[in-house]
Write a protein that binds this ligand. Structure first.
Ligand SMILES: [Zn+2]
Length: 331
C-alpha cells in the first residue's frame, strides 16, 4: 500500500489535466478488471463482473485530480501571476514550491505585506521561476502546476500533497486487485475535475446508470489541538460519510456500508462536515437519481501541501470494500 500511494501522490495531475495519473492507474489495473475505458471527459472506467437481468451495478468513484495553479500572466521580469484550480488557500501557499506539467519548478513569493502574521490574497502572490525576463520564463499563460512536496513515511502516518484523493484512488485500486470474483457488476470510476466542483462524476454516472453508488474520498479530522469540528480521528477506521455541504447520503446505502464494516471486522466512524462535498453530490443527482453514500478516509491538513493519512485506515477501507462487493448487493 505504501509504495502504491507514493507512486500515486508523486504523479502530477491537477484538475482537467489528469492524463499522467490515468496512465499510472491503468497500469495498476491491467489484468485485474474486465475492461478499461476512458469517457469523453477523461474519467477512467474499470468494469468488473457481468451485468445480468437481476444483479446490481455498483458505481465506486475516487477522483484522480488534485488542486493546483494556472498561470494568468507573465510580467517583463519573468514573474508569473496565477489563479487557483480548486480549493487553494493563501495560508497554505506562501513559501510553497510548485511543479509544472512541463517539469519547470518555481517558488511562490508575495508582494510586500505589512503584517508578518497574516498572508495576502493569491492576487498579491506570484511564482518565481528563477529567471529575469519573460522571454526566459519556461511557462506561459494557461500552464498549470501542482504543489511540490516529497512523500514522507512516518510509520503508520503518511504525508504528502494530493492525499486528497490519491488515498481514495489507492484504496479503489487495491480493492479491485483483491476482489477475485463478484456477483455484482462493479463500475469503478477514477473521476476527473472533482476539485473544481465534482464535474466529472455526474456525466460518468449518467453513462453507467448504476443502481447505487459510493464515493471514496478523504474527510476532515477533529483530533488535533483545540479542534472539535469533527468526531473523526486519524487511525480509527474509514468513515461512513453521511452529510456535507452538497450531499445527504442515502440511509439505505449508509446502513449497508455499516453492516459491511461489521462483517469485515473493521473499525468505522461517521463523517459529517459542513464545508465541501464529494463526487457523491453529482452522482446522486445524475440521470433519474442514484442512491449514493460515501466511504471517507480520515485526513489531516486537507488542501495543504502536507496532507496526512493513516495507512491502517487505507487498509481497512480496502477490506471494507472487498467485503461489500464480494457478496450480492441488494438495497
Ligand atoms: Zn477530494
Amino acid at each position: 500500500m505504501k509504495s502504491l500511494i507514493k507512486k500515486l501522490v508523486e504523479t502530477t495531475a491537477p484538475s482537467g489535466y489528469e492524463a499522467n495519473i490515468r496512465k499510472v492507474i491503468e497500469a495498476e489495473l491491467k489484468g485485474h478488471v474486465d475492461s478499461l475505458t476512458v469517457d469523453p471527459l477523461g474519467n477512467l472506467i474499470a468494469l468488473k463482473g457481468e451485468k445480468t437481468a437481476d444483479n446490481t451495478t455498483v458505481m465506486l468513484a475516487a477522483h484522480m485530480d488534485e488542486i493546483g495553479l494556472m498561470v494568468t500572466h507573465v510580467d517583463e521580469n519573468g514573474f508569473a501571476r496565477f489563479t487557483r484550480i480548486g480549493g487553494v488557500f493563501p495560508r497554505n501557499t506562501a513559501g510553497g514550491r510548485v511543479r509544472f506539467l512541463n517539469g519547470a519548478a518555481g517558488v511562490i513569493g508575495m508582494e510586500p505585506h505589512s503584517s508578518l502574521s497574516s498572508v495576502p490574497e493569491l492576487e498579491k502572490m506570484f511564482i518565481d521561476l528563477g529567471v529575469s525576463s519573460a522571454k526566459d520564463c519556461p511557462v506561459e499563460i494557461g500552464d498549470v502546476a501542482v504543489f511540490e512536496r516529497t512523500f514522507e513515511d512516518l510509520g503508520n502516518r503518511l504525508v504528502s500533497k494530493a492525499m486528497d484523493d490519491r488515498s481514495g484512488v489507492a484504496v479503489l485500486i487495491a480493492a479491485l486487485q483483491q476482489i477475485k470474483s463478484t456477483p455484482n457488476q462493479i463500475a469503478a470510476v477514477f473521476t476527473v475535475q472533482e476539485e473544481v466542483g465534482t464535474r466529472g462524476a455526474g456525466p460518468a454516472a449518467f453513462g453507467i446508470n448504476p443502481d447505487l453508488a459510493i464515493a471514496i474520498d478523504v474527510t476532515l479530522c477533529g483530533d488535533t489541538p483545540l479542534d472539535n469540528s469533527s468526531q473523526v480521528r486519524l487511525g480509527d477506521g474509514p468513515a461512513v460519510h453521511i452529510k456535507d455541504a452538497g450531499t445527504l447520503a442515502d440511509p439505505r446505502v449508509s446502513a449497508w456500508i455499516r453492516q459491511g464494516a461489521k462483517a469485515a471486522k473493521v473499525p468505522f466512524q461517521t463523517s459529517i462536515i459542513s464545508r465541501g462535498t464529494t463526487d457523491a453530490y453529482t452522482i446522486q443527482t445524475s440521470g433519474a437519481g442514484v442512491p449514493t453514500s460515501g466511504i471517507s478516509i480520515p485526513c489531516r491538513y486537507i488542501h495543504s501541501p502536507s496532507e496526512m493519512v493513516d495507512v491502517r485506515d487505507l487498509e481497512n477501507s480496502v477490506k471494507l470494500i472487498v467485503q461489500l462487493l464480494s457478496n450480492q448487493v441488494k438495497l
